[in-house]
Design a protein around this ligand. Structure first.
Ligand SMILES: [Zn+2]
Ligand SMILES: [Zn+2]
Length: 293
């Protein structure tokens, strides 16, 4: 599908896809700087602000759990006077279901880093919905994604997340990132950098609502007139396809660009056969660093 020209959008109507991290392991850990209920109340106030800015604005909330993700709330459906109740009820149902899933499925931890959320799933769900909006006609709100995330990155999701990021870039959908954990996230940094979104790790989470309304409430048209936070440094490290480890340097298949932490005889992705590793001149294996993809 060819990217839709941004000129076809009405310039001040927004479709905001909000991804919220509901991972119980994160919220119960010391890495969470505020309680989940405090976080939710600030987010709900922010969503109400977005809906007040323009009556045509639409907000969609997607929960990112430990093992699953789901649509929690859509402002375009249902009565507006029970907005908070609907959202909280759906969220509670989701968290219970997500926990049931994780009880029956403990074997993904070794592969995917302990305690990471299913971020790749949430990105995909959000992008699928946005594609549906794009195809609904030439007049539609301007979509963007705001990811509020606290859990650590799951290197096992590296390929799926990068595919989502490039898909968002191609559809010209910015991914904003608001980090609520104690560490920066390489995935979120790359997502915002590549898609032209805003990446922010607020210093004072007590004032999350202030950050959200001053930085993330701006519609895409107005952004060009404002000085929003610029990326200070982006962690471009990739994960190897063989062990899902985050690596500084590695080997790249010259045919399909798969990344490996050590030399293999054959590419596990495309089946290309590699020569012997050479220390001085290497034609098949290139040192990977920085933005060379
Ligand atoms: Zn590896
Ligand atoms: Zn390959």
């Amino acid at each position: 599908m060819t990217p839709v020209s941004s000129k076809q959008y009405t310039d001040d109507v927004s479709l905001l896809m909000v991804l919220i991290d509901t991972n119980p392991l994160f919220w119960s850990s010391t890495a969470a700087p505020l309680s989940f209920s405090n976080f939710l109340s600030q987010v709900i106030s922010f969503l109400n602000s977005i809906l007040l800015l323009n009556q045509l604005n639409q907000v969609m909330v997607i929960a990112t759990g430990l093992n699953s993700c789901a649509y929690i709330y859509d402002s375009s459906s249902g009565p507006t006077n029970h907005r908070v109740e609907t959202l909280l009820q759906k969220l509670e149902e989701f968290v219970v279901k997500d926990e049931e899933l994780s009880n029956g499925n403990n074997d993904n931890d070794a592969f995917d880093g302990i305690g990471s959320s299913l971020l790749s799933g949430s990105y995909s769900v959000a992008l699928c919905y946005i594609q549906r909006v794009f195809r609904s006609g030439s007049l539609h709100p301007q979509p963007w994604i705001l990811c509020m995330h606290g859990s650590q990155d799951g290197p096992g999701q590296y390929v799926a997340i990068m595919n989502s990021i490039f898909s968002a870039q191609r559809s010209m959908v910015p991914i904003d990132s608001c980090v609520i954990g104690s560490h920066h996230s390489a995935f979120l940094q790359q997502a915002s950098y590549i898609t032209g979104g805003v990446y922010l790790k607020p210093q004072q989470l007590d004032g999350l609502f202030q950050y959200l309304t001053t930085v993330f409430a701006t519609d895409l048209h107005s952004r060009s007139f404002l000085q929003l936070p610029k990326p200070v440094g982006v962690d471009f490290r990739a994960s190897c396809f063989c062990h899902k480890n985050t690596i500084d340097m590695g080997y790249i298949c010259s045919v399909c660009l798969s990344i490996f932490c050590k030399h293999h005889k054959k590419c596990s992705t495309c089946g290309s056969v590699f020569g012997q590793p050479q220390t001085s001149v290497s034609t098949l294996n290139q040192k990977r660093k920085g933005t060379d993809y």
